[in-house]
Design a protein around this ligand. Sequence first.
Ligand SMILES: [Zn+2]
Length: 608
Amino acid sequence: MNFKKTISYIMAAVIILSLSAASYGEISVTNRAAIDQLRLKFKDEAAKVPNALPEAVQSYVVKSEKRGQIQAPRLKAKRAPKYQSSETRLQQTAPAPVQAPSAAPAQPEASVPPAPLQAALPQAVQAAPAAPVTVSSIPSVRPVQALNATRPAASPAAQSPAAPENRPAFIDNTDECFDVVVDPGHGGRYEAARNYSGDHWDPFSKTFLLPYNFGASSSGMYEHEWTLNTAKKIEEILNLTHTDAGFAEFCKILRRHSDLSSSKIKKVRVNTHLTRRYSWEDDPGKNTANVNKKYRLFDSPDSFSSGKSGPSEKMYPGRISFINQLSPDLVVCLHNNSSPNRNVRGFSSVIVPHFDFFSTINGIVTNGIANVAPNKVRVNEPKYQKVANFITSVITRPDKIDVKTMISDTATYFTGFRAFTQKFIGLRYLMVTWRYNTSSLFTSFMLFFMRENSIYENYRRSGGPEGYGGDNFYSSEEIIRYIRAALWEDLRSSNGYYAAKTSAEEYAGSHASPFVSDWAIPLHVNAITAYVELGYLSNARDRKLLKEKQAVVAESVAVGIYSLLAGLKPKKTEGIESPRGAAIDFAKYGRDKNSSGYFNISCRPLSF
Ligand SMILES: [Zn+2]
């Protein structure tokens, strides 16, 4: 049944790809060459593929996705090495986040801290807001290193009791260990898409397809700076979970955000990895050519020469490849928003819906209008209304969904083309180093859509605790709820007089409806992905809040991450929505003591 369904999806997708011109309008001259190349390749590949392929693919899904290729007891320990020596990774992304009022969508990203630098880092991070832990007590674990280390299980020996007063509740020692990636948005320098600059390196046309997204900025405040500083603070706090003494301090932090009177605190270890530790302005390689390779979301040539040789064969892994190589359990993407309307404020999640969502929209749009280019269709055309109705039926707070954008995102998801401009922005699953990008284009295509139809993508992106958006959306919403509750609590405790006269909404802006699109990181990463837009830099009050309460935000994100991994009973505060405190159900992803299941799907190429 499932197999049949999957095959039919694949066939549908193949047809969509080959008929992209008919479905979504004419292909511009600029993009014709690229798509022709793709078609030729597909033809060749298809001709070469033995009949047995579908079966092979299927068994792959069953074998590796379901049971996970288990190796040794701890997969996590093995994942690390590949890029370890490499400096950084990049990112950048969102293909067409047009929906966000502002520059929201695209995120770029980061790099991995060169080892030497890293050592200097912990100290640089200001003391965690309230956690008076001396930095020296933190084992300054380097992200990648931590991975290599054999699992630092909280062995019995490690249970040296902390001072009783440090224990707000029973600490339930577990040997659980999680890897979390914090991805501070953007970080590279702005580059137009021309010659050897830009973003979205297309392996077929050997060009960059989009400009590099520098991120939001306003009145001297920069999104890429704020997100990086916040990410470092979050990391410092989560590093407390690496020792018993540190965990006791961590419990003090948890106590500020939760009700520990009747619940046990699970002692888990959180290994935190940042996708970048610099922004290009302070990057030691700032003046070198191609510094943006460390900040792009997708893989790009390691170097370019001005001579005939052009781009190097050697590729530099993008931020997404870096994340997948770590096989993390949770990824948290941090962004600030911006809007031409300077009154807009607040916090929003960003979600990428499931295959079925895109597929349904595709069905509505293509049904019966094969010969009509979308740009000839009026927005009030009945089909558009149908699409709008469908979106409204799935997403309960759809006030940020622009129907035309959603249609264009759908086209991009299946074909790499924007629907109304016919601009080709790339087949992004081929721009990432992961197991769905093989030496065979045809196989890659099939693998990617098999993945998209797997039960795990369903868990991540559909249904779930919020009713839609899956665990990704739940994770994003929880983090926003923790932040808002913490900001409100902070105001009440520091300025009760003012708090009594205002409201949480007035003070911190609204918890708005999510942005829905096909952003690159949540779509191309095998991990639960929380993606949050924190405040608008275009709004003066949000800027002030983000600047003055950065420590509160960082601490509450760290607590939110812990809550998603281990569960927590949140504190109820009057006047603000409380987090739910339920941990992600990792077991359904096949994660248990012996296997990381879904999360262990590495970027190693498959053997066929
Ligand atoms: Zn951003």
